[in-house]
Design a protein around this ligand. Sequence first.
Ligand SMILES: *Cc1c(COP(=O)(O)O)cnc(C)c1O
Length: 465
Amino acid sequence: MRYISTRGQAPVLDFEGVLLAGLAEDGGLYVPEEWPQLSAQALRDLRGLDYVETAFRVTWPFVRGPIDADAYRRILTESYSAFGHPAVTPLVQLDRDLWALELFHGPTLAFKDVAMQLLGRLFDHVLEKRGKRITIVGATSGDTGSAAIEACRDRDNIDICILHPSGRTSAAQRRQMTTVSAKNVSNIAVEGDFDACQDIVKAMFADTEFRDEVNLSAVNSINWARVMAQIVYYVYSAVRLGAPDRRVSFAVPTGNFGNVFAAYAARQMGLPIAKLVIGSNSNDILTRFFESDDMTMRPVKPTISPSMDIQVSSNFERLLFDLYDRNGAATADAMQTFRASGVLQVGENRHAAAKDMFSAARFDDQETMAGIARWQKSSGYLMDPHTAVGLLAAEAHPTADSAMVVAATAHPAKFAGAIKEATGAEPELPERLAAVFAKEEHYATLPNTLSVIQNHVRKFRNRIS
Ligand SMILES: *Cc1c(COP(=O)(O)O)cnc(C)c1O
């Protein structure tokens, strides 16, 4: 498979190239040159296959070329053996035609593990081949750092340093990161807030000398391999519900548009998806776009579904590229206007094409908590706030002729505060989360000073204590 940039000005790359590049040189995002097709027969042939074999068949056309088939199968097997459910992403029936697709059985109990577990191993494999070693640096407000750490721990060719704001993450979030005992993992508590952490990371990337010295890299949400890994569970669940002979719709709680874009990709590949329903919290830029072609940047508001607290959905550019008939110059133009003016409008025809596939709905924290309480009461099913936003969106956009599947993106115990407020009771801690309270923490508390943190990264990389 060859990959092209959504802005049309970056070199065409193979899978290994896009894996390591992340963002394209022209500021665009890489997408496959064409969508590989899953015929009705190919979908029927997936019936009864396990997750790993399904993943291999669905994603191999994207990977083939630079990576060997046996090695890829081995990497997939290892990636999903760390999941706490034999089905990897099980379906739970909530109502006659309503299902939850639980994506939170990975090491950190949230859906990002599904892609990150694969990404870390793919990185390591490619680096090994090239005889390279990288240092991944990232900042977290608490939610996403642990998925990156779990993905990179114990990998031979990767060191990972995650910065979190000292004293400003929950104990559970901090412990999920700091109780990982691996010699290639370093946690840094920065004396400052999340913005300070992000500024330090940006400054490290801007320091070219330092960047080259430690081979700095990132694992961000726009990496094509993350989207690719997420396509699998849409195909896997739809086949289990009767595809291609029955149509399925998906409702997805959405922030950066990565998860729901993977569902769109599955549709482009031939999976019979009737509708894609997007759920937003009060940070509703996407819902405003799908409702009325009004994509206007607004300041971020903190909510009880923090992984969807975004101002701009970075993966949306991939859909935009298709809405502009894969015209890179037109996409680049639209993005430049958006960045400069804070407003994006695609016009009547493109907006109608988008609405044909997607519906969207927004829910504030009060509505979300009421939804959690109502579902727990009526069905006994306890949802985290992100999942609840997805489920409420599904209820707002019922479909007559298809099964509805809600992406359940986090385990409720990860958001115990909101659950307690919604239902009056703390959620039960799963084994994996309870275990972190018994383990020893490893982290360094450092001042909010670039040179001090750079020195720490340098010493860590060279294993000098
Ligand atoms: C990241 C995340 C989301 C949003 O996914 P996107 O791919 O950014 O749209 C939703 N729920 C949870 C729990 C997440 O961690």
